[in-house]
Design a protein around this ligand. Structure first.
Ligand code: KIV
Length: 272
């Protein structure tokens, strides 16, 4: 298939569907603050995800469960202010949509209104179908998230690969088709076998973005702190580190401490 690359002034949900149709892979990264989002946007990433992984990497929680709707809105509005080109997708946090469709819509409206985000992402399939439909009916674009869904970590019991067994794989395929049918503009597939992810990508026309789901999908997403090597404790097989910022930053900060202690900083030129 030929790869027709088009320069998008602002990436929209429609552009992503076009990219899939043209065989152009979609790049997606997380960001949670203004400065990082500006760098990610300038570098040409198509989609910025204000993920609830902020709960882990920004707040230091063990899981994504504690982050609140107000905190997600704070992160999302900082990211939206920084972007000119990327589509900004925001995670609905745990506890803000699971009770019923009305609660899901209320939370969605708050994120869209108070942060200026362009779209939302929700974890789950048939269990939350009515909530997804309610949000879509209000004109809010929705991205699904299947496979390893970290908000359900206490149900799964571990972060191991999902849908290795036929029953779970079949449900995942059905859920992905349902997400397309009801009108979602894309689906994230997290930590599932590459063959299954490719099969899903080939059986629906909306983009499938993978994380730990192999190369047969329509795009890739990573957590920015992981791919920049800011966190040296997390090294799953799917992660490619493009830098070792942990080392670079601790060396630079250590040098600063040394310079302050030795009175080398500030020098004559660095003062008024
Ligand atoms: O919260 C997040 O960062 C995510 C990605 C892992 C897809 O949902």
């Amino acid at each position: 298939m030929s790869v027709a690359k088009k320069d998008y002034k602002r990436v929209t949900t429609k552009s992503l569907i076009e990219m899939k149709a043209h065989g152009e892979k979609i790049s997606m990264l997380t960001a949670y603050d203004f400065t990082m989002a500006k760098i990610v946007d300038t570098a040409g990433v198509d989609v910025i995800l204000v993920g609830d992984s902020a709960s882990n990497v920004m707040a230091g929680h063990e899981t994504t469960l504690p982050i609140t709707l107000d905190q997600m809105i704070y992160h999302a509005s900082s990211v939206v202010r920084a972007t000119n080109r990327a589509l900004v997708v925001v995670d609905l946090p745990f506890g803000s949509y699971q009770s019923d469709p009305k609660e899901a819509l209320r939370s969605s409206i708050r994120i869209m209104k108070e942060s200026g985000a362009h779209a939302l992402k929700l974890e789950g399939g048939s269990e939350i179908k009515d909530s997804i439909k309610k949000i879509l009916n209000a004109g809010i674009p929705v991205m699904g998230h299947l496979g390893l869904t970290p908000q359900s970590i206490y149900k799964f019991g571990s972060y191991t690969v999902r849908a290795k067994e036929e029953e779970e794989a079949d449900k995942l395929i059905e859920d992905a088709k349902m997400l397309e049918r009801v009108g979602c503009f894309g689906v994230v597939l997290e930590k599932i076998p590459a063959k299954l992810a490719q099969k899903v990508a080939e059986s629906i026309s909306i983009p499938v973005i993978g994380i730990g789901a192999g190369g047969g999908v329509d795009g890739q997403v990573l957590v920015i702190h992981d791919m920049l090597g800011m966190n040296n404790e997390f090294s799953p097989r799917f992660l490619r580190r493009y830098m070792n910022l942990y080392e670079g930053m601790t060396t630079a900060i250590g040098k600063y401490v040394e310079d302050v202690k030795s009175k080398d900083f500030p020098n004559e030129k660095e003062q008024y």
